[in-house]
Ligand binder design. Structure first.
Ligand code: 6CS
Length: 314
């Protein structure tokens, strides 16, 4: 049987590295499965279409990140800022802690929309970048910043006084080049591989949140798998938690070097702790919006995530 995987990112990305290793290990441990991986752009430039194919079962596996709130509103919990810790490996473990990942509210939120959530992949810190110098919350005033299409992200940046707008992933480069947007937000590797660094003069590290993608399967496909196949997949997903953390750290470091080599004039700004606190405070009301949007189940997911964060701090 052929299992198809749909990515939101291009070849060489964190999602691609994950899917490649996943396919390799599953193929090794089964004797009747082969994979076809579709990188971003190969199936459709529209995330909506890619997600529909996953929901319909035309593809068996895929990733859902910032745009996926349009399918599963509860997924927007991963769009909130300052919920996780300041340590990337701790965050990866929190998100993949059984008590959170396999909890009923999180699982049912995805299953109700025809997808099965299998793991959570942090792809590196989200980094603000653009043609404006941002050193404080106030500096966001009036900045036309591109965000992924979701209400919580728009609200977060409105709370900072910015003017958020949603542009498709494929159109960001042009929008930066023509000046129709001033800034956008990506993990370092994406600023590099999508060439955004060519048209951005500042990169601002606020460590406000990691970029998080949910690794998903079609629900009916998952339910109809043999016990043996399901076991192999779960086992491989568990092994990949540490693997992908190491890959993303190394990839983001390497891509940062490449950016600086190509554009030594890019200015790097590190947001200090006091200023991060101001960003944290300004972002807090967005948690209420999340609960208002997602109701009781969404509230339970956020509470459980916050509890899991606390458990990992001890
Ligand atoms: O900003 C975006 O739209 C895209 N960025 C990344 C790093 N992955 C997929 C996502 O949709």
């Amino acid at each position: 049987q052929t299992w198809r995987v749909a990515l939101e990112e291009i070849e060489g990305s964190v999602q691609h590295r994950y899917a490649e290793r996943f396919a390799e290990l599953v193929e090794e441990r089964t004797d009747d499965v082969e994979f076809v991986i579709y990188s971003y752009g190969e199936l459709s430039p529209s995330f909506d279409e890619i997600y529909t194919q996953l929901q319909d079962g035309a593809v068996q596996f895929g990733f859902g990140s910032g745009f996926f709130g349009g399918v599963v509103p509860e997924n927007d919990v991963f769009s909130l800022s300052f919920v996780l810790t300041d340590d990337e490996w701790t965050n990866t473990q929190i998100l993949n802690d059984e008590a959170f990942l396999w909890s009923d509210p999180l699982q049912s939120a995805f299953r109700d929309r025809d997808v099965q959530i299998l793991s959570l992949v942090p792809e590196g810190w989200q980094v603000w970048a653009g043609n404006v110098e941002i050193r404080s919350v106030e500096d966001f005033e009036g900045v036309r910043i591109r965000v992924m299409d979701n209400r919580l992200l728009r609200q977060t940046y409105s709370a900072y006084g910015a003017d958020p707008t949603s542009v498709s992933y494929a159109d960001i480069y042009g929008a930066l080049e023509t000046g129709s947007i001033d800034a956008n937000i990506q993990p370092v590797f994406a600023h590099q591989e999508m060439s955004f660094y060519e048209v951005q003069d500042y990169m601002i590290f606020g460590r406000h949140k990691p970029f998080v993608a949910a690794w998903l399967a079609n629900r009916d496909f998952w339910d109809n798998l043999s016990e043996e196949h399901r076991q192999v997949i779960r086992e491989v997903n568990e092994e990949l938690v540490e693997y992908i953390h190491e890959v993303q750290v190394e990839l983001n470091d390497r891509r940062m070097d490449q950016i600086l080599e190509a554009r030594p004039d890019v200015e790097i700004i590190d947001i200090d702790e006091e200023t991060r606190e101001a960003f944290r405070e300004a972002s807090m009301p967005v948690r209420d919006t999340y609960v208002e949007m997602t109701g009781e189940r969404g509230g339970q997911i956020l509470d459980l995530l916050l509890e899991t964060v606390e458990a990992h701090r001890d």
